[in-house]
Design a protein. Structure first.
Length: 136
């Protein structure tokens, strides 16, 4: 299993870095990340954009799968993400994405990601399926 330092090193020059996603907790079957809500993440009315929530959910679930793999022998790609947006967060706040591994198969991982606002209220419930790619 990878360390938080290794996970956070992944974010330097990609969407995760652009969105300021920071991993703060990791275990064998769970991962937690924080993301600020600012002008990069909101729709025109100052509320968290659903697409930003999906990007956060897929980023956290994919990083969770990556942390579990021998990256010399396999890679991970997101193959499905869905979400129910049940709340909102406003610009100036921080949201938390808590991912829990539901299924760890040889070729697929399924994660449940709950995104909450600073008060712990649900913003989105997401499910992400990752495909494990094993080169032939």
């Amino acid at each position: 299993m990878k360390s938080l330092e290794a996970l956070n090193a992944l974010t330097a020059s990609n969407l995760m870095g652009h969105f300021s996603i920071v991993f703060v907790e990791i275990s064998e079957a769970a991962l937690v990340a924080l993301m600020p809500v600012d002008e990069r993440h909101v729709q025109p009315f100052g509320r968290l954009h659903g697409g930003a929530s999906l990007a956060l959910a897929e980023s956290v679930a994919s990083a969770g799968s990556w942390a579990l793999l021998d990256n010399d022998r396999a890679a991970v790609v997101g193959s499905e993400v869905n979400a129910s947006h049940v709340g909102t967060a406003r610009a100036g706040s921080v949201v938390t994405a808590s991912a829990r591994l539901l299924h760890r198969g040889r070729l697929h991982h399924v994660w449940e990601v709950k995104i909450t606002d600073e008060g712990g209220k649900p913003v989105s419930y997401c499910r992400v399926t990752n495909t494990i790619v094993i080169p032939s």
